[in-house]
Ligand binder design. Structure first.
Ligand code: HEM
Length: 399
């Protein structure tokens, strides 16, 4: 554990404005990093860990920065149970091990990649049919593709529409971020949870007798209690749709703003894989992940008491100039790796390979192959939203 004993007083960022962060968090992240690696933000009653070194350190010390919390309960309230993401090892490891086989390279190559390809072709044609006057990459391409891929990965039946999965995901995420206890959000979460539970009431018995390679099937196969299976299915619904959706839209936006880099991809000088990783670093879909301090500690010179609510600022760590040359620039040819867009340590995103395959091997290359002149529509502006979860809600395009 990296500690310095000289400064035990925590810097206070009383100016941190979550409403401003919703519009654009990056200027405030730079100010937070300038204050130090560990900073208290009274407006959100949270200690922020701000730079790359400190966030990595915290991620690798779950015995101090725990994912299990009795106070950070919004995710549990939203999905009606405690999933692996809100547990520590060894409980977490048992559940994580169960879903890994669905998301490994071999399963991706043999099962998911052909399905993802089919899904992209279908929605690409729909996008083209909508036409250059009205098309929106986020609504007409990224959302349905991310949604259908997740329906397949979870082994949900064909009767589930892409709009159902999208609605459930949006509601669970809104619930996870519902720190102000908005009743309307809880109501939407409850409705979505009931709808998912109804599907699972039929799906679980059928998967018990006929297992397949899906996430839900693998969770059942290792003999986890049914409420744990249900909680982790709903965790996958919250994380497995919104983030890949944002990544597709964020990549299109980033490449549209940097046509010279898009050209490198189109003429084969640069590769889609590194472009995907650079987008995850530069416009991270998950800006902050919560942890709770479970033993009094001294961290980078600051005393943190047991029970402190902590936010690991992944998106800020990803713009840390100590870790990345010219950190604020989007550069798909950069050689410095190690971004934290998928977290790190034991909770490192379980779906990162599957997301990379779906997006960097299928969605983006095919989109630009079919529509090489794709660009932002100057008549219809894009809209960004969020900082804990951040992405484009509207990305109108033309060609
Ligand atoms: C580009 C898209 C994605 C991004 C940026 C992303 C990001 C993340 C991050 C930052 C975490 C760590 C959270 C923490 O430490 O508190 C995480 C965990 C997780 N992600 Fe993803 N994710 C993506 C796609 C997916 C997909 C497609 C799935 C499933 C199909 C998925 C399933 C999960 C699961 C199950 C966890 C919890 C892992 C654990 O607790 O061990 N993610 N993701």
């Amino acid at each position: 554990m990296s500690t310095a004993t000289t400064n035990l007083n925590i810097p206070i960022a009383d100016w941190f404005d979550p409403a401003e962060a919703m519009r654009d968090p990056y200027p405030q992240y730079a100010q937070l990093r300038a204050l130090g690696p560990v900073v208290y933000a009274p407006t959100v009653a949270r200690v922020f860990i701000t730079n790359h070194e400190a966030v990595s350190e915290a991620e690798h010390h779950p015995e101090i920065f725990s994912s299990y919390s009795e106070t950070n309960l919004t995710m549990m309230r939203a999905i009606g149970g405690r999933p692996m993401l809100r547990k520590d090892d060894p409980e977490h490891a048992q559940e994580r091990k169960a879903i890994n086989p669905t998301l490994r390279p071999k399963a991706i190559k043999n099962i998911w990649s052909p399905k993802f390809q089919e899904t992209v072709e279908y929605w690409l044609q729909r996008l083209i049919d909508i036409g250059p006057e009205h098309a929106d990459i986020n609504k007409d391409f990224a959302a349905p593709i991310a949604s259908q891929n997740l329906i397949d990965l979870l082994g949900f039946p064909d009767t589930v529409d892409v709009t159902d999965m999208a609605r459930w995901s949006i509601d669970f995420i809104a619930g996870t971020g519902n720190l102000l206890d908005d009743e309307d959000i809880w109501h939407r979460c409850d409705t979505s949870r009931q709808e998912v539970d109804l599907i699972l009431d039929e799906l679980l018995p059928s998967l018990r007798s006929n297992p397949n390679g899906s996430i839900t099937s693998h969770l059942l196969e290792v003999g986890l209690p049914e409420e744990v299976v249900r909680a982790n299915v709903k965790l996958s619904i919250s994380g497995g749709m919104n983030e890949p959706q944002h990544m597709i839209s964020n990549m299109v936006w980033a490449l549209s703003k940097h046509p010279e880099q898009r050209e490198l991809l189109l003429n084969g000088t640069a590769q889609w894989g590194p472009a995907f990783e650079e987008t995850a670093r530069w416009q991270s879909p998950i800006g902050m992940v919560p942890r709770e301090v479970v033993q009094d500690t001294e961290f980078f010179g600051v005393r943190l008491e047991k029970g402190t609510n902590v936010g690991l600022l992944l998106a800020s760590a990803n713009r840390d100039p100590v870790a990345f040359d010219n950190a604020d620039a989007f550069d798909i040819t950069r050689t410095s790796g190690g971004h934290l867009g998928f977290g790190s340590g034991v909770h490192l995103c379980a779906g990162r390979w599957v997301a990379k395959n779906a997006i960097a091997d299928h969605a983006l290359p095919r989109l630009y192959e079919q529509l090489p002149n794709l660009q932002l529509d100057s008549k219809r502006p894009p809209v960004w939203d969020g900082w804990v979860f951040r992405g484009l809600t509207d990305l109108p395009v033309t060609w």
